[in-house]
Design a protein around this ligand. Structure first.
Ligand code: ATR
Length: 279
């Protein structure tokens, strides 16, 4: 660090569990970018002041995590199309004093899915389990890949219908009842779990019976703690390809790095640094 160091960080509440500082500082080291990244515990009542601080101190960029991803939006100067569709911002770029909000969660998820499990989503049938913020975050990015259909199901069915209806009909995002999942999973090329079912410490639960899926289809889970959820373990036994949530975390950070620096992210080193932090 010196007097030219570009400053970055993540704001959240809580934030001490975040692996973003480890991952992004490794990326700066790896590429020789003179940057530094820290975690800032910002409670909701201090959010506006935190963003004023980014402007005042001239931070180059910020990641935004729970519970600020939606509430931060009015404090920014511009919101990208993807962030508008996701209804949330997780990455801010400071362009000469203008703060621009992006969402790299959805596109990070899709890049990870394509790199690690299914390179071509065009014409595919994708089932999304859950209708919370995480589901909304990936739907627009999935739709950009021109799948045949995206089908959303949620335990509270009205939320799935409402979420599907909030997108342009041309994106072909529809909802089915939760008890209709068995039938649609049989036809699916990709089934994505965005619910919290299976997350540590409740690791003995799975949102669906993975044997409903056809062998060779992709079972994908946004959860990365544990790295392999019960849903993925059962899908694996069923002959499905499996895709865990760690890649989404790495690629959302990779896009943020690329937006901030204009350089390709050192994805392998970033993954290595995060995996080492699990030991
Ligand atoms: P996030 O922002 O991570 O998506 P969220 O908005 O709280 O978090 O959404 C959690 C999702 O997990 C919701 O889709 C929720 O379903 P409901 O809308 O019916 O609550 C889903 N979920 C949580 N526990 C579940 C369970 N035991 N079975 C099925 N779905 C569950």
């Amino acid at each position: 660090m010196d007097s030219h160091t570009l400053l970055f960080g993540v704001i959240g509440d809580p934030v001490r569990h975040s692996r973003s500082p480890i991952m992004l500082n490794r990326a700066f080291r790896e590429t020789g970018v003179n940057g530094a990244y820290a975690a800032f515990h910002v409670v909701p009542g201090r959010l506006e002041q935190a963003i004023a601080g980014v402007r005042g101190l001239g931070f180059r960029g910020l990641n935004v995590t729970i519970p600020h991803k939606v509430e931060v939006m009015p404090f920014l100067d511009e919101i990208s199309e993807g962030a508008k569709a996701a209804g949330a911002v997780n990455t801010i770029v400071n362009e000469n004093g203008r703060l621009i909000g992006y969402n790299t969660d959805g596109i990070g998820y899709v890049r990870s899915l394509k790199e690690e499990a299914e390179p071509d989503l065009t014409g595919k049938t994708i089932v999304v389990l859950g209708a919370g913020g995480a589901a909304r975050g990936i739907l627009w990015a999935l739709a950009q890949e021109k799948p045949k259909a995206i089908i959303v199901a949620n335990r509270t069915e009205a939320k799935a219908a409402e979420l599907a209806a909030s997108f342009d009909p041309e994106l072909r995002i529809t909802a089915v009842p939760w008890d209709g999942l068995r039938e649609v999973c049989r036809e699916a090329d990709v089934v994505v779990n965005t619910t919290s079912v299976g997350m540590s410490p409740n690791v003995d639960a799975s949102p669906i019976d993975a044997s409903w899926m056809k062998p060779g289809a992709v079972a994908s889970d946004l959860i990365y703690n544990p790295l392999k959820t019960l849903f993925l373990k059962q899908a694996d036994l069923n002959g499905c390809r499996v895709h865990g949530g760690l890649g989404m975390f790495i690629y959302q950070g990779a896009y943020a790095f690329e937006y901030w620096t204009g350089e390709p992210a050192p994805v392998l080193a970033m993954r290595e640094s995060v995996l080492a932090s699990f030991d």
